[in-house]
Design a protein around this ligand. Structure first.
Ligand SMILES: CC(C)(COP(=O)(O)OP(=O)(O)OC[C@H]1O[C@@H](n2cnc3c(N)ncnc32)[C@H](O)[C@@H]1OP(=O)(O)O)[C@@H](O)C(=O)NCCC(=O)NCCS
Length: 171
């Protein structure tokens, strides 16, 4: 019988933050398709391996510098990335494997992504979070993001209340 480890044990192991690589594809899909994570996404359903593979390979070609994973004992436990590069304020997305949440891993990934964004001269980054995703709103607020607006986003017949939080980067 293998009992799940208490959360504090996670911290005893070294958490490595690095750029994503091709071998991470499946582990990242597992995190993406965890219902505890995708319930918060705007596409709140699992995606296919094919769809994910296409998305992931495109990212590795065009935005690898802004695609980070956190790893413990050679297992990917979180991903953070930027998208929507059309303006000076790209969008940030972060997902941590559910057993590993609330151990500071999201903050660690966010910190590195912010450093990289600052280093290339980006003005700011934003996060669009469902209003019901209270822990995520608290997470971004604690990491100095400021709420700039609340909107109703429509996907087909469904309306979702969304909070936009922005972090101004300091150069
Ligand atoms: C939101 C999310 C990215 C945050 O990542 P995380 O790794 O859980 O975040 P952190 O651990 O850095 O911080 C979260 C909480 O853990 C606490 N924490 C941080 N370091 C800690 C540590 N070493 N030990 C215990 N708790 C810790 C923080 O105080 C924070 O608590 P609070 O905000 O309730 O006060 C993650 O929970 C997640 O993947 N959620 C589902 C997907 C999602 O909603 N993503 C956001 C949309 S893009």
């Amino acid at each position: 019988l293998v009992l799940s480890e208490p959360r504090s044990d996670v911290l005893k192991n070294v958490v490595v933050v690095r750029e994503a690589s091709i071998g991470d594809e499946k582990q990242i899909l597992t995190i993406r398709n965890d219902p505890k994570n995708y319930r918060w996404f705007f596409n709140d359903f699992p995606i296919t391996a094919e769809e994910h593979s296409k998305w992931f390979k495109k990212r590795l070609h065009h935005a690898n510098f802004f695609t980070l994973v956190a790893e413990v004992d050679n297992c990917v436990i979180g991903i953070a990335y930027l998208s929507e590069f059309d303006g000076a304020t790209p969008k940030i997305s972060i997902s941590i494997k559910s057993d590993f949440q609330a151990n500071g891993i999201g903050s660690k990934l966010l910190k590195e992504l912010v450093l990289r964004s600052t280093s290339v001269g980006l003005d700011s980054v934003f996060a669009d979070i469902r209003c019901s995703n209270v822990s995520s709103i608290r997470f971004f607020s604690r990491n100095n993001f400021i709420t700039v607006s609340q909107d109703s986003k429509r996907t087909g017949e469904i309306h979702t209340e969304v909070l936009t939080l922005v972090l101004k980067l300091i150069h």
